[in-house]
Design a protein around this ligand. Structure first.
Ligand code: FE
Ligand code: FE
Ligand code: ZN
Length: 296
C-alpha cells in the first residue's frame, strides 16, 4: 500500500485534529507536522481531548496513525556546543510531546558543526541524542529518524558514512533510524536515477530496515549543488519518472512518503494536486496553474 501525505500545519487551538483535517483535505493517508513553529521554542501543552478526537477521525477514514510523523524544529543543533544544553532540553521536551501524541517517529536534522569539524559534530550529536533518551528513560516509544542532508554549509549527515557513525554511537538502537529526502540526496551528490544502487549501498552500510520515512521533493538545483531548495514534483531537476519510481519502490513499501514541496506563489498548498498526480503517475505540466485556479 502506498502511504503518501505531506507536511501539514499544527496550531495550538486545533492541534492534531487540525492537522488530520488538513491531511484529509489533500486525500493523503499520512502526514507530518511540527509541534509548533520550527524556528522558535513556543510550544503549547498537548490537549489529549483534541488528540482523541483526531484519532477517531483518522480511524473513520482508515488512516493508520502509526505512519504519522513529527519533524523536530531546526533550532535544535546538537553539534553546536554553545547551544548544546538548550538543544538537549528541547529535544527531550519534543520527545515527550511526541510520546504524548502517541506518534512513533520524530525526524531530526543531525545538525551543523559550525566549524568544529565533522568528527566533533558527530560526537556531539551522539552525546545529545543519548542524553535525551536517558532523560526519558523507559517511557520513550519514539524513534528518532536522522534526515539525510544536502550538505549545505557545515551540515552533518550528507553521506551514509556520517549517518552510520551517528547510529553506531546511539545506545538505544531500537529507537534510531533514518529519513531519506530526495531533494537532499540529489543536492548532496547522489544520482537518483540509480536509486536502487543507493539502496544497495544503504543496506550494506546501515541496513534498509532503518529507513522509517522518505521526504519526496524535487530540487531547484543540480546534483551536488549542496543548496537544499525544494521544488514541486516534476518542476525541478529530478526527472518526474525518477521520483515516481522511488515513490513506488517495492523495497521501501509501507514506509510513509511525505511531500515538503513549496507552496505555489508562497500562497497555495500544492499537496492535494501533487498527491493526485503521483497516484496517476503522469506528469502534468499545467499543475501549478491548476492549483492557482483551484484557489481563486
Ligand atoms: Fe527536514
Ligand atoms: Fe526533508
Ligand atoms: Zn530540505
Amino acid at each position: 500500500m502506498l502511504y503518501i501525505g505531506s507536511h501539514v500545519g499544527f496550531n495550538k487551538n486545533t492541534q492534531l485534529l487540525g492537522s488530520a483535517k488538513e491531511a484529509l483535505k489533500y486525500k493523503a493517508n499520512t502526514f507530518m507536522f511540527y509541534t509548533g513553529a520550527p524556528q522558535n521554542t513556543a510550544r503549547s501543552q498537548i490537549v489529549d481531548e483534541l488528540t482523541l478526537e483526531a484519532l477517531q477521525l483518522l480511524k473513520e477514514n482508515n488512516i493508520d496513525y502509526s505512519k504519522v510523523i513529527v519533524h523536530a524544529p531546526y533550532i535544535i543543533n546538537l553539534c553546536n556546543e554553545e547551544k548544546f544544553s538548550f538543544s538537549v532540553d528541547f529535544l527531550t521536551e519534543e520527545l515527550e510531546r511526541v510520546n504524548q501524541l502517541g506518534i512513533k517517529y520524530l525526524v531530526l536534522h543531525p545538525g551543523s558543526h559550525v566549524g568544529l569539524g565533522i568528527e566533533k559534530g558527530i560526537d556531539n550529536i551522539v552525546k545529545g541524542i543519548n542524553m535525551a533518551f536517558q532523560n526519558l528513560g523507559k517511557t520513550n516509544n519514539v524513534t528518532i529518524l536522522l534526515e539525510t542532508m544536502a550538505g549545505k554549509g557545515t551540515e552533518v549527515g550528507s553521506n551514509l558514512d556520517e549517518i552510520k557513525k551517528i547510529i553506531e554511537g546511539i545506545e538505544d538502537k531500537d529507537h534510531i533510524g533514518v529519513c531519506l529526502d530526495t531533494c537532499h540526496l540529489n543536492d548532496a551528490g547522489y544520482d537518483l536515477n540509480k536509486f536502487d544502487e543507493y539502496l544497495n549501498e544503504f543496506d550494506k552500510t546501515i541496513g534498509i530496515s532503518k529507513i522509517g520515512c522518505i521526504h519526496i521533493n524535487d530540487s531547484k538545483n543540480e546534483r551536488s549543488s549542496h543548496k537544499d531548495r525544494h521544488e514541486n514534483i516534476g518542476y525541478g531537476t529530478i526527472p518526474f519518472d525518477t521520483l515516481i519510481s522511488i515513490i513506488y519502490n517495492e523495497r521501501l513499501k509501507d514506509i510513509p512518503r511525505i511531500l515538503e514541496t513549496p507552496y505555489v506563489d508562497k500562497l497555495y498548498a500544492p499537496y492535494k494536486q501533487e498527491i493526485e498526480m503521483i497516484r496517476n503517475k503522469k506528469f502534468d505540466d499545467n499543475l501549478l496553474d491548476k492549483i492557482r485556479i483551484d484557489n481563486k
